[in-house]
Design a protein around this ligand. Structure first.
Ligand SMILES: NC(=O)c1ccc[n+]([C@@H]2O[C@H](COP(=O)([O-])OP(=O)(O)OC[C@H]3O[C@@H](n4cnc5c(N)ncnc54)[C@H](O)[C@@H]3O)[C@@H](O)[C@H]2O)c1
Length: 263
């Protein structure tokens, strides 16, 4: 499938696990991809992987919470590969595990990266999309935005991101721009929260698999496939949706069911 031939995509957090897979998937299907990350070396490595696979990519070093930094990256992208037809708001960050340890500075810091940054990036690409009369924005949410699973500031920001997605969908739908959310369950990456948990418990992903009806946690490619679907023209009637990609985690409570059956 070459659903993005002739199109340009911007993937924030493209130097990370899921963002890297999204960049590779969109490029594999024909897109020229701007791989944006605040870690310039990680963006370079991801862009090199895309190019190594025969795709076209441009590494961009930028901070999503800073409108000037994002504008400079977009200007560089416009010059090199064009303005984005697709924005994947994927960059995010979480640190505090519970409310007890979260103070107001932590709360604001997580909101800044997990909600303000997505607003900054969407605002930056919208004028170009409106001028083209077409565009697709994909916000990466989380099952944490749907139910309490720890990381309360991150979770509240992800829940807010769903509302923002819906506002985008309704206000910009008439301009030919669709906005959707993809909400992953656990995905094996090196995001700080997983790195810390894995240091404490190397078996964490195997252990968590029992909560997942499909018998495993997610892989970055699982999320990339869903992003490619909602971003592609074939999803022309999918707007304002939240595609939960969690192997059935939020469909029920299998561990509880097991205990109920034992009784
Ligand atoms: N891994 C999971 O289990 C999981 C589950 C649900 C949702 N998600 C979501 O998927 C997305 C990607 O997560 P991941 O696991 O690949 O994480 P990751 O840490 O591997 O990648 C995130 C990338 O974003 C970049 N980044 C962070 N803050 C930034 C900023 N302010 N400006 C620019 N770049 C910034 C980081 O440098 C990093 O490369 C996030 O939105 C995350 O919330 C992840």
């Amino acid at each position: 499938m070459m659903r993005f031939l002739g199109k340009t995509a911007l993937v924030t957090g493209g130097g990370g696990g899921i963002g890297g897979a999204i960049a590779e998937r969109l490029a594999f299907e024909g897109a020229a991809v701007g791989v944006l990350d605040r870690r310039g070396d990680a963006a370079q490595e991801a862009a090199a992987r895309v190019e190594g696979g025969g795709g076209r990519a441009l590494a961009l070093t930028a901070e999503i919470t800073d409108p000037e930094s994002v504008a400079a990256a977009l200007a560089e992208m416009a010059e090199a590969i064009g303005t984005p037809d697709v924005l994947v708001n994927n960059a995010a960050w979480a640190l505090k595990g519970d409310l007890e340890s979260t103070d107001l500075d932590d709360w604001r810091a997580e909101f800044e990266i997990d909600l303000d940054g997505q607003f900054v990036c969407a605002k930056a690409v919208l004028p170009g999309m409106v001028a083209k009369g077409a565009g697709a924005i994909v916000n990466i949410g989380s099952v944490n935005g749907l139910l309490a699973l720890g990381n309360p500031a991150y979770s509240a920001a992800k829940a807010g991101l769903l509302s923002f997605t819906r506002s985008l969908a309704v206000e910009y739908g008439p301009s030919g721009i669709r906005a959707n959310m993809v909400s992953p369950g656990t995905v094996e990456t090196d995001i700080e929260t997983w790195r810390i948990r894995r240091e404490k418990n190397p078996q964490i992903f195997d252990q968590l698999a029992r909560w997942y009806p499909v018998g495993r946690v997610g892989r970055p490619d699982d999320i990339a496939a869903a992003v490619a679907f909602v971003a592609a023209d074939e999803a022309a009637f999918v707007n304002g949706a939240n595609l939960v990609v969690d192997g059935g985690l939020t469909a029920g409570l299998p561990v509880m069911i097991e205990e109920l059956i034992l009784e």
